[in-house]
Design a protein around this ligand. Structure first.
Ligand code: SIN
Length: 275
């Protein structure tokens, strides 16, 4: 096995491991690497949908997406499609998946099916490092504070992408989570807000809350906390959704990435309540 670090902040490309192997032993090695590096990348993994599902199940029960319809034959998998003429793609700004849920996703396994010749890399950001690098003043301001995460607009959002289909659920969900959560497996502190779903801080008035959230979001987007993965077909990214944020870049411009389809298969694993 070879481990190639992707940036100074997080992420490792792993070679010499096969994701077709969903044995407890293989999973243990990968889970340990995941806790250490937060996002793992594997290339040339010619795995079937069944094999992706089998490996995912090692992490825990599979979560159905709140708003996106699963694949007909494999409802556990949602297919993220960017049509050739689309400039935008699903997951296009910094976020933690479904943080509006009471128990947001633990781990995501994303497999590339079709990749444009250029454009559409995915970026990840390390939220343990984001907490560690906050100045003491900010750490003091958010100590013991909670924030409201809401799915407001998320259902309709699915319709913005031509190749994506909603599952018919239009309900909105809102849940309150600590701004600093503790990782259930490593015990590390995590800065747990994100600009897509975190709407306000409890106990602060509207302007104080919005000012503080803006400061936290700006800090989370610091480039030195990130890594970036350039996809090839049949690659797999596995990330810890508790301690990271991610975004799919929409750098599809005429004469370059625009005019090409991008297709990914995503499986999510159920998480626990942030504490
Ligand atoms: C996501 O936000 O889950 C998808 C990211 C991507 O397709 O790069």
């Amino acid at each position: 096995m070879k481990i190639n670090l992707i940036s100074g902040a997080l992420g490792a490309e792993i070679s010499g491991l096969d994701l077709k192997d969903s044995s407890e032993e293989n999973w243990r090695v990968i889970n340990q690497l995941l806790l250490e590096h937060k996002v793992l990348f594997f290339r040339n993994q010619n795995i079937s949908a069944e094999e992706q599902i089998n490996f995912a199940k090692r992490f825990g029960p599979i979560e159905r997406h709140v708003y996106v319809k699963g694949r007909d034959q494999y409802p556990e998998i949602i297919r993220i499609i960017k049509k050739p003429d689309e400039k935008q793609q699903w997951g296009e700004t910094w976020h933690t998946d479904v943080s509006y849920n009471p128990k947001p996703t633990k781990v995501i396994i994303l497999r590339s099916i079709k990749i444009p010749p250029v454009g559409g890399d995915t970026m990840f950001s390390n939220m343990e490092l984001a907490y560690e690098t906050l100045d003491n003043d900010l750490k003091e301001k958010i100590k013991d504070k909670k924030a409201v995460h809401s799915s407001l607009g998320a259902a309709a959002f699915v319709d913005a992408y031509k190749g994506m289909e909603g599952n018919g659920n239009l309900d909105e969900y809102s849940n309150i989570h600590p701004i600093v959560r503790t990782h259930p497996e490593t015990g590390k502190k995590i800065l747990y807000v994100n600009s897509m779903y975190t709407k306000r801080i409890e106990g602060l008035d509207e302007s104080e809350s919005s000012k503080l959230l803006k400061e936290l979001f700006a800090h989370q987007e610091r480039l030195d906390l990130t890594c970036r993965f350039k996809w090839t077909e049949n690659a797999v990214a596995i990330w810890d959704n508790r301690s990271t944020q991610h975004q799919g870049l929409t750098d599809f411009f005429p004469g370059r990435g625009l005019g090409h389809e991008r297709v990914m298969d995503r499986i999510a694993i159920e998480g626990d309540q942030p504490i």
